[in-house]
Design a binder for this molecule. Structure first.
Ligand SMILES: C[S@@+](CC[C@H](N)C(=O)[O-])C[C@H]1O[C@@H](n2cnc3c(N)ncnc32)[C@H](O)[C@@H]1O
Length: 372
């Protein structure tokens, strides 16, 4: 077994233990919950890929459009004339990441890419595909929970910059109390001058949001229910899949989509491996995911609060999604942006660059000349 293959399997037991602990905690809590990383076993990772192709799921498509138009600028901004290596939190299939990797290869030739994920199957597929399609990229995957910080990565080479990719709106799974410390832990693992590229989903019409999480083909429902399939297999549980419905709602006061599995009747579920019985009332839900949607300017603020100076933010012309770059800095000034201060440059195509982000409120409108 090669060293890299070992990295894919070494943490298997840790992942199993984490599943057991998260399920015990979540199903004995009130209200009941399960963490969204549990979606991503092999079947869940495949279902997520299907979701990204759905007509209603604008998220992946929109971010991909931005990356298609702007990857070169993002990589150049992150590199600042040096070599870059890329790390990705929750890389999944790394499908969109290939755009950034190709831009890095164009800039510097060989590139080291370290995707981190709890899904070993997704990483195995990503590594195979990327090394076949972009041979100048070396993929060094790690099966790990990125919420615990960045550790076990290849050490920095002198004169290199690390660019951490946290795209795909994954930060939206965390509420503000969790997201801030998570980004701070990432910052703590970086050197001055390293970068964080953060992809966030922006607030839009409720109709568009709800359609994306309630697709007509029922793929998101299958993705949500797959969590129960996983618990049946891995924890000897006896969830009856037909006895739980998928529900996605827009919680406007929290600015988030919530996904739930709702018990259709009063029932008792047994989880043999945990020696646990869980009672459900009719209509009681298991909260499986939050997906926060952000106001313009919120990503820059999150970056700044975690110690990254916001240096660029790229958005599609509809203002549905933003990919923002922060640079690890010593003394970061809050950009002080608010929803009403957001600006999009006139766009000849679907993506526009807003670069650099002015440090103070009010500068932005005069710099870009157009206010939304
Ligand atoms: C919504 S998918 C996004 C995949 C990809 N980044 C994209 O933009 O399409 C989330 C990915 O993050 C992984 N993931 C979720 N929580 C994680 C955690 N705490 N640590 C490591 N990986 C995680 C999942 O396994 C999944 O592959």
């Amino acid at each position: 077994m090669t060293e890299k293959a070992t990295a894919l399997t070494a943490t298997r037991t840790q992942v199993d233990e984490a599943v057991a602990q998260a399920v015990r905690e979540g199903l004995t809590a009130q209200p009941k919950r399960l963490p969204p990383w549990l979606f991503y076993d092999e079947a869940g990772s495949r279902l997520f890929e299907e979701i990204t192709e759905l007509p209603e799921y604008y998220v992946t498509r929109t971010e991909r459009d931005i990356l298609t138009a702007c990857s070169g600028a993002m990589i150049a901004q992150a590199a600042q004339g040096k070599r870059v290596r890329l790390v990705e939190l929750g890389a999944g299939s790394a499908d969109k990441t290939r755009l950034l990797l190709a831009a890095a290869v164009e800039l510097q030739g060989k590139v080291l890419y370290e995707p981190l994920d709890v899904s070993a199957s997704a990483l195995t597929e990503a590594k195979k595909r990327i090394e076949r399609e972009i041979p100048a990229v070396t993929v060094a995957p790690r099966v790990m929970d990125y919420t615990q910080g960045l550790h076990g990565l290849e050490p920095d080479a002198a004169g290199e910059r690390r660019l951490v990719l946290y795209i795909g709106s994954s930060i939206g799974n965390f509420d503000a109390r969790e997201a801030g410390p998570l980004l701070e832990r990432v910052r703590a693992g970086l050197e001055l001058g390293d970068g964080l590229l953060l992809g966030v989903d922006l607030i839009k019409s409720e109709e568009t949001l709800l359609a994306a999480y309630n697709d007509a083909a029922g793929v998101t429902a299958a993705f949500n229910r797959n969590m129960l399939v996983r618990l049946n297999r891995e924890l000897g549980a006896d969830f009856d899949l037909e006895a739980f419905s998928h529900r996605a709602i827009w919680n406007a006061s929290e600015s988030r989509i919530e996904m739930h599995l709702v018990s259709r009747a009063a029932q008792r579920v047994r989880l043999a491996e945990l020696d646990l019985q869980v009672d459900f009332a009719a209509g009681e839900s298991i909260h499986t995911e939050n997906s926060y949607k952000y106001a313009p300017g919120a990503a820059e603020k999150m970056l700044a609060e975690a110690g990254f100076a916001p240096v660029g933010c790229w958005k599609d012309a509809q203002g549905w999604f933003a990919v923002c770059l922060g640079r690890a800095d010593q003394d970061v000034e809050l950009p002080g942006l608010e929803a009403t201060e957001d600006v999009t440059l006139p766009a000849p195509d679907r993506a526009t660059a807003l670069d650099p982000v002015p440090p103070r409120r009010g500068n932005r409108a005069s710099a870009a000349g157009q206010k939304q």
